[in-house]
Design a protein around this ligand. Structure first.
Ligand SMILES: [Zn+2]
Length: 433
């Protein structure tokens, strides 16, 4: 048994207090063994956290990691036009190798900014799984099914693939990979397919991850067609429940918030994407007050445009106050919980807290920098002042993935080079050059 001591730093505890402590990690079990006062513990190896704050690894609960290849390709358009004119034509040209390279780039970015778990929606999922296995992080993966614009055979094949991928990949990478069944959204998967396949997913015990209530344009047609709110319709087709989480939930009314809480359905707030696409302001404080578990996600890099969860925490706090017209809404402690424990709960990982028995998923934030000085309140710093680039070490499942800002799991320069080449060739194909 190899034991790693994360020593000399301060530690963010599950109750969000900060204390000077060392953290002992069992590397073979991937578990935190103990958190004790400095000098009480010893390990076979040491990771220097002096001048730093040890925090739970951040959880990016909704993303499309391979979309890094489309970062900065198309901006400043509303969701519909952006998808139809720019994103979907390029995505139609994506090869499995593109997805692999894009995922590697995204994972390098995540590891460098302290993210140790992600929940992803995409396709060519085997490639993403291979990249996740190499990166050493945890991930909830799945194949995202869309039925609109397809004939019945094509639609059924896509939804069936989502079920198959979820069954096949669950437990991969020594259990670091789990899966979800993924209808893309309530408007992009037809009712007949939801009514047929959702019960099958529930029967198979598969958790579910989909987009819901992201824009008003998506809500209105559903209300018109079904005569009820989108999440009432989602409940009717069997989508809501403790194993489901919904990305966005921007346009939800009190009935829908009640339904989410009642059924134990989670929500993933993606503030940067919602602002950039002008989708609206999610009522995050009302969701939380209503008893809904809310996590935090970056969405894809094309609508963000980075995968930095520190940015996302700050955006969530700022936008949450604006939405509530209340400066005390979505406080610093709240966004830190959303990015750690809440996200881990939604994804079903025993992570998100620095405590004996929890998964050894953590990051060390370097506090010795002007923008994190003085140290009145380190939780405030995490929410409002820190950046992903302040992360010095990242550990997941007991393995050191980032050491003194060096990525140990990938050759970072080679990943960036490959990503640049693949992105350029991809855009050339899409634009017919
Ligand atoms: Zn998304």
């Amino acid at each position: 048994m190899s034991e790693l001591l994360v020593s000399g730093g301060r530690v963010l505890r599950p109750d969000l207090t900060v204390e000077r402590a060392d953290v002992l990690v069992d590397q073979s079990a991937g578990e935190i063994l103990a958190v004790e006062a400095p000098g009480e513990l010893s390990g076979d190896d040491e990771l220097d956290a002096s001048g730093g704050l040890v925090i739970p690894g951040l959880v990016n609960a909704h993303t499309h990691v391979a979309m890094t290849l489309l970062r900065g390709y198309a901006d400043d358009k509303p969701l519909d036009a952006w998808l139809q004119e720019d994103i979907w034509p390029v995505e139609a040209e994506l090869t499995p190798e593109d997805v692999r390279v894009g995922a590697e780039l995204g994972l390098v970015e995540m590891v460098k900014s302290g993210t140790t778990a992600l929940s992803d929606m995409y396709f060519h999922v085997d490639e993403i799984a291979a990249a996740v296995e190499e990166a050493g992080v945890r991930a909830v993966l799945g194949h995202t099914a869309v039925t609109v614009g397809k004939d019945d055979e094509g639609a059924r094949a896509d939804v069936t693939q989502s079920l198959d991928v979820a069954r096949e990949l669950d437990g991969a990478a020594d259990g670091r990979i789990t899966t979800t069944f993924q209808p893309h959204s309530l408007t992009t998967v037809g009712e007949e397919y939801l009514r047929e396949f959702v019960p099958e997913a529930v029967e198979a015990g598969l958790p579910m991850h989909l987009h819901a209530n992201e824009t008003e344009d998506e809500v209105d047609p559903l209300v018109e067609e079904h005569g009820v709110r989108p999440l009432e319709y989602a409940d009717d087709v069997g989508l809501l429940g403790e194993d489901t989480f919904l990305a966005h939930c921007v346009h939800v009314d009190e009935t829908e918030i009640g339904l989410l809480a009642e059924t134990g359905t989670g929500a993933v707030h993606c503030p940067a994407s919602n602002m950039k696409l002008a989708s609206g302001m999610a009522p995050v404080q009302r969701l939380l007050d209503g008893g809904v578990t809310v996590g935090l996600g970056t969405d894809g890099a094309a609508s963000n445009n980075d995968l930095d969860m520190f940015d996302e925490m700050r955006d969530a706090a700022m936008l949450g106050k604006l939405a509530a017209e209340d400066a005390s809404a979505v406080a610093a402690e709240t966004v830190v919980q959303m990015a750690t424990a809440n996200g881990a709960d939604l994804l079903g990982f025993d992570s998100g807290r620095i405590e004996a028995g929890a998964n050894a998923d953590l990051a060390v934030v370097d506090l010795e920098t002007p923008h994190l000085t003085p140290a009145h309140d380190l939780v405030s710093h995490l929410a409002y002042a820190a950046h992903g680039s302040d992360v010095r070490h990242t550990v997941c499942d007991g393995e050191v993935l980032l050491c003194d800002r060096d990525v140990t799991v990938f050759d970072e320069a080679a990943v960036r080079q490959r990503a640049s080449e693949h992105a350029a060739a991809l855009v050339d194909r899409a634009e017919g050059n």
